[in-house]
Ligand binder design. Sequence first.
Ligand SMILES: Nc1nc2c(c(=O)[nH]1)N[C@H]1C(S)=C(S)[C@@H](COP(=O)(O)OP(=O)(O)OC[C@H]3O[C@@H](n4cnc5c(=O)[nH]c(N)nc54)[C@H](O)[C@@H]3O)O[C@H]1N2
Ligand SMILES: Nc1nc2c(c(=O)[nH]1)N[C@H]1C(S)=C(S)[C@@H](COP(=O)(O)OP(=O)(O)OC[C@H]3O[C@@H](n4cnc5c(=O)[nH]c(N)nc54)[C@H](O)[C@@H]3O)O[C@H]1N2
Ligand code: SF4
Ligand SMILES: [Mo]
Length: 747
Amino acid sequence: MSGTDATRTALRICPLCEATCGLTLTIRGSRVTGARGDQDDVFSQGFICPKGASFGQLDADPDRLRRPLVRDDSGELREATWDEAFDTVAARIRPLIEEHGPNAVGVVLGNPNVHTMAGGLYPPVLLSVLRTRSIFTASTLDQMPKHVSSGLLYGSAIAIPVPDLDRTDHLLLLGANPLESNGSLCTAPDFPGKLKALRRRGGSLTVVDPRRTRTAELADRHVAIRPGTDALLLAALAHVLFEEGLTDLGNLAPHVQGVAEVRQAVRDFAPEAVAAACDMDADDIRTIARELAAAPTAAVYGRIGSCTVEHGTLASWLVDVLNILTGNLDRPGGALFPLAATDRAPRPSSGLRHEEPHPGKGFVLGRWTSRVSGHPEAKGELPIAALAEEIETPGDGRIRAVIAVAANPVLSAPDGDRLDRALGDRLDFMVSVDPYLNETSRHADVVLPPPPPSRSAHFDFAFNALAVRNQARYTPAAVPLDAGLMDECEIHARLILAVSGMHGAAPSAVDDMVIERALAKAVADPHSPVHGRDAKEVAAELSGGTGPERRLDMMLRLGPYDITLDDLLAHPHGIDLGPLQPRIPQILKTRSGRVELLPAEVEADLPRLRRALEERDERLVLVGRRHLRSNNSWMHNVATLAGGSNRCTLQIHPADAARLGLDDGDRARIAADGGELEVPVEITDAVRTGVVSLPHGWGHDRPGTRMSVAAASPGVNVNQLLDGSRLDPLSGTAVLNGFPVEVSATR
Ligand SMILES: Nc1nc2c(c(=O)[nH]1)N[C@H]1C(S)=C(S)[C@@H](COP(=O)(O)OP(=O)(O)OC[C@H]3O[C@@H](n4cnc5c(=O)[nH]c(N)nc54)[C@H](O)[C@@H]3O)O[C@H]1N2
Ligand SMILES: Nc1nc2c(c(=O)[nH]1)N[C@H]1C(S)=C(S)[C@@H](COP(=O)(O)OP(=O)(O)OC[C@H]3O[C@@H](n4cnc5c(=O)[nH]c(N)nc54)[C@H](O)[C@@H]3O)O[C@H]1N2
Ligand code: SF4
Ligand SMILES: [Mo]
């Protein structure tokens, strides 16, 4: 066997969902020919799903771009050199900023940024050099309600408690389907196995979902709630806890303020008051509350179906309120705050785990508002649903250029047709960092393609901070970078230089700058392990062959554990850092230094929830769904994952189908605020009556894209049904679930 054809294996943390499983790749030459679960991975212990198993096909997708594209004078996208591409970015963006100011550049960050090292390390630098307020991310299509509720409750938008899956006795899960999604804001390889283990050890699982999902099928109790009403249900559960004397904050009590105020706030939400709106039985609601209180330990966990809805922030807040009222927050078996190896938290040895309140800066919403509709910012972001109007509407501060990194908002955000026109007709310049020419990147003037994932090193900056067990793993690139490809970290660094007026400088200048600034702060911080040292000397000690590796090493050295990059390299299957530990009060950054259980912003939104008690819309409502062999908008191009049940169909209950005269396989017309679609009907009693379900991420029929497999079975874009006006007001998150639709036969 010749050298280039020899078969070998290499480890790679899977970047395809939040579970972050360790994979063992089989590599022949430079091609990944197989992927299996790494049995020795300290966290995933061999687990793999069909997406991970298709890593090789995804990696070798012939439709992936391998060269940058630059739009020429005739308007065509043509292959170009990297230098030409970055020269174009520098030449086009700088004058726009100089003439129209920083807000004229909109930055759009998509989901895969949390799945790459580049996306973890560089966008904050890009935003700080651009100083634009035109920031839009997938968070306002997803978990922003959770950030806002955490910000208000704990003073830190990134302090998100995760259910302690391995130790809990009872899990109340709302609007999540981890058997298909593999879990979210709860990083847990083999989530299905953990739910089965919960039941095997005598624990119980309640699932609240308008669909009888595969997760619901595992549950002791499945409640097919009316979509959009989880906040009412959760408020009623809190009501019962107070009414029946079932609250017990345990060790948390001295760290929580506002319990009496919450009791008052949920007074109107008796089970009998919410039952009709939720379409539930009041006695069942009482039973769920009693079970929650009676379990030795329990965790309430809500995800997409409780976030991307009318009352997303209230529901997210109430999830934590219930964990707090039952004493389950911050205790083993309840919901705990992970402590990642790169967290900026003091080491336990620093003595900062005080028991007295330690006031922080708090979390503030709405420090500025969007230009056109006046949406308040949340966590520095504006609602992505407002991106099109910010590009279209003339005036000072109009967005004239867009930098889209790993984002496909034409499919993932409301009213893709409008955004498609805005990006196509109204921008002076657009750059996409994306491996595909898809519905969004086709509008770019410059496309900068990252290499396939086998060519990138990986460390999970985002998901270790959401993991059900503390651990750290690093996998260097499994295959060397082919000639002509550029590492995504270098792409980001060069992009930062190009937009900041330092075009042409060495990309390592970006990493050096970050390291220099971070160490200057760290040596001055009395709680830092490098306090009092010389910053240059510390910088010189950092190991790592690349800028991003040096930055990772620095973050580890400044982090809460005594580990370095070399330690991770010496332990290729990862380092286990133990089960989650209580972190209150050290994690609290509120102004009071306590958990602020009834924040003023939440209280001000409660009248809207009270009004929902009276509203009774008889129209059908739509919810989404995810398929195990898919991922948002970009995985329909892998033939081994496509087809079968992974289809874009409108699921409808037999009773609703009969009423509307629809047969299985018919085409139905579905209409809502933003437009209408025609879609094949799939009749199933897995959706409850009054509810239809259509998956997102489809609609691959636009011209000028290069995703041949996806285009062959395009499906329709569910988000075309939305006009972008339905938002959860506190977080700016789009309402993607539980909105009214009209369905009719097309015949
Ligand atoms: N109706 C409805 N809409 C939804 C949802 C829903 O449940 N229902 N879910 C929402 C959620 S939770 C999310 S997170 C958003 C996601 O929204 P987006 O982030 O906009 O969409 P994605 O499909 O995740 O893909 C983003 C882009 O990243 C590119 N990409 C893939 N890998 C890489 C990489 O390694 N580097 C770079 N630079 N780019 C890469 C892909 O080609 C794609 O163009 O969609 C949201 N939209
Ligand atoms: N296979 C696969 N895995 C993925 C993704 C993917 O696209 N495909 N996307 C990834 C991303 S970006 C994310 S954010 C996560 C999301 O992970 P999850 O939150 O687990 O996502 P979903 O599978 O969409 O589950 C949401 C559930 O909420 C239900 N639902 C809808 N409306 C309501 C409601 O009003 N109330 C209640 N109680 N339930 C409701 C839906 O029926 C659905 O079953 O998944 C990640 N993993
Ligand atoms: S569960 Fe997620 S991380 Fe694990 S193999 Fe599947 S896609 Fe990859
Ligand atoms: Mo997401």
